[in-house]
Design a protein around this ligand. Structure first.
Ligand SMILES: Nc1ncnc2c1ncn2[C@@H]1O[C@H](COP(=O)(O)OP(=O)(O)O)[C@@H](O)[C@H]1O
Ligand SMILES: [Mg+2]
Length: 241
């Protein structure tokens, strides 16, 4: 469903992605790990067209999306969730969720609100519908951010460190929602430093270092039988923290 070929991205003279190749099949749950600064966020941002790649292509459902003028059409299919939630603090939960579909004329307000309320009810968040972001917990904020992404019925969800900004006791409510999405058949790419979560949750894991994919394999292969020295030392460092 998604195919990334020879993807490069430079910021000025600094090359951050140095030729990424990756095939994502429907239903894949792919974990992306690697040291800070290796290009994980940049890769997700390129897939969501928040960054324009310097070279290569990204084929989504048969179309090269890099030069697609209608970025909105692409983002409808590829939802993204950020570490810092990126909710508007001056808007209530429901207004945050309906903003994009209504502003972009994809839904009328009433229809969007009905859908948002149903999605919030499904995850027991109906009580905070009219709260502002500063009136809800971090775990609730991140679940609202996920609901916002789900409004467009995306085919893939990209998660960039979705639990890194959360207090430990709130991580579970976000990962439980992610588990529910998997059950419903969602395809996911997840960047996370929570290696245990990645190990148990993902069917494939990618280790990146310095702008390239160094090693790729099943969860078992990557965590129990790492081959590349860079992956071994990365796992050692994290395990000995
Ligand atoms: N908009 C930008 N302008 C310049 N450099 C950037 C920009 N975004 C990221 N970088 C640089 O690209 C490198 C990779 O960043 P990033 O993709 O955020 O890494 P990771 O998510 O793996 O920690 C870093 O050196 C970072 O400073
Ligand atoms: Mg990052």
């Amino acid at each position: 469903m998604l195919e990334i070929n020879n993807l490069h991205k430079s910021f000025g003279s600094k090359e951050v992605l140095k030729g990424i190749n990756l095939k994502v099949n429907k239903g894949d749950i792919i974990g992306i790990i690697g040291p800070s600064g290796c290009g994980k966020s940049t890769l997700l941002r390129c897939i969501n067209l928040l960054e324009l790649p310097s070279e290569g292509n990204i084929i989504f459902d048969g179309n090269d999306i890099i030069h697609e003028k209608d970025k909105l059409a692409v983002r409808k299919n590829i939802g993204m969730v950020f570490q810092q939630f990126n909710l508007f603090n001056h808007l209530t939960v429901i207004d945050n969720i309906v903003l994009a579909p209504v502003m972009n004329k994809l839904m009328i307000k009433k229809e969007a609100e009905e859908k948002a309320i149903q999605l919030l009810k499904d995850i027991n968040l109906e009580d905070v519908i009219n709260n502002y972001p500063n009136q809800i917990s971090g775990g609730q904020k991140q679940r609202v951010a996920i609901v916002r992404a789900l409004m467009m019925n995306p085919k893939i969800m990209l998660f960039d460190e979705p639990t890194s900004a959360l207090d430990p006791e709130m991580i579970g409510e976000v990962t439980n929602l992610m588990k529910k999405l998997v059950k419903d058949g969602m395809t996911m790419l997840i960047v996370s430093h929570e290696l245990n979560f990645i190990k148990n949750f993902c069917n494939r894991v990618i280790f990146m270092d310095d702008g390239i994919i160094v090693e790729e394999g099943s969860s078992k292969e990557i965590f129990n039988n790492p081959k590349d020295e860079r992956l071994k030392s990365f796992l050692d460092k994290i395990n000995n923290k």
